[in-house]
Ligand binder design. Sequence first.
Ligand SMILES: NC(=O)C1=CN([C@@H]2O[C@H](COP(=O)(O)OP(=O)(O)OC[C@H]3O[C@@H](n4cnc5c(N)ncnc54)[C@H](O)[C@@H]3O)[C@@H](O)[C@H]2O)C=CC1
Ligand SMILES: O=C(O)[C@@H]1CCC=N1
Length: 281
Amino acid sequence: MKVGFIGTGSMGSLLIDAFVNAGALTPSQITASSRTFAKAEKLAHRHPGLNLSLRNSDTAADSDIVFICVKPLEFKCVIDEIRNAVSPEQIVVSITSPLLIERLESELPCKVSKIIPSITNLVGSGASLCIHGSRINEEDRYMLENLMSAISKPLRVPEAFTRVASDFASCGPAFLSYFLEQWINAGAEHTGMDRQQLCELASEMLLGTGRLLTEGGFTPAELQSRVAVPGGITAEALSLLEMSLHNVFHELIRTTHDKYEEDVRRADALFSSEQLNRQQY
Ligand SMILES: NC(=O)C1=CN([C@@H]2O[C@H](COP(=O)(O)OP(=O)(O)OC[C@H]3O[C@@H](n4cnc5c(N)ncnc54)[C@H](O)[C@@H]3O)[C@@H](O)[C@H]2O)C=CC1
Ligand SMILES: O=C(O)[C@@H]1CCC=N1
């Protein structure tokens, strides 16, 4: 199996590192191209044998599966470059959510999936969200999800829930890290305890909490009631959080969804305006 990566920024290179480090792909199975060629060269240096190509169309033509790892508004350029290089048996995977399956299938003659990774996949952890297009068959699904299972837990989600699922799976590490950073800073400022030590404590706590939720059979509500002794310190602090943060989470979901809708509209408009021009002339 040959796998291509178009765009080797943060996520493109993370996926290549993760697949190679997990032994799921050898460097010689991979071809990469990027607008900034130096980024792809760095990857080839890290993984000797990795193939580089100057043109996205060559990356696409040489691969059974092509991961497109660019930002939503950069997608149209890439699609234009690879449209004539892919054939019906190949699979193009978008790692960004605002490009809709319907749009991708109407622009490309090949099979199409969206697979939204997470920074947690770098350490073989966290989910990857799989939304398969109508041309993907059972064998393709197995191949894609088997590949993703080397670095993550692949979960199928309906396209309509991509955003909220991605809020947790992909944006979540940033949200939780923000919460921890603020908390660590406050702890250090109030008490004088070393930030580094607090960060170590917080990280171990987060890992343990994740394991209790995934392996220990706890729900978030059960964990709270088990830790918060009635009349104790945790209960007092949980009341404060309840009062201060209650609405924040509704606002958070609204914010990510509003931005998503805007990105869907802007990415789609790039294709639609050209379609309109083609029809007019
Ligand atoms: N950062 C994250 O944790 C996650 C990001 N994503 C998605 O991944 C996508 C990429 O995000 P990042 O890697 O963080 O962005 P990034 O900006 O680090 O990487 C994008 C790369 O694409 C390259 N590029 C742009 N246009 C190109 C073209 N025409 N041909 C070849 N290469 C081109 C750029 O040079 C850049 O290196 C985004 O759409 C984002 O939604 C998805 C899940 C998680
Ligand atoms: O911030 C972003 O747009 C991407 C989508 C999921 C995680 N990062």
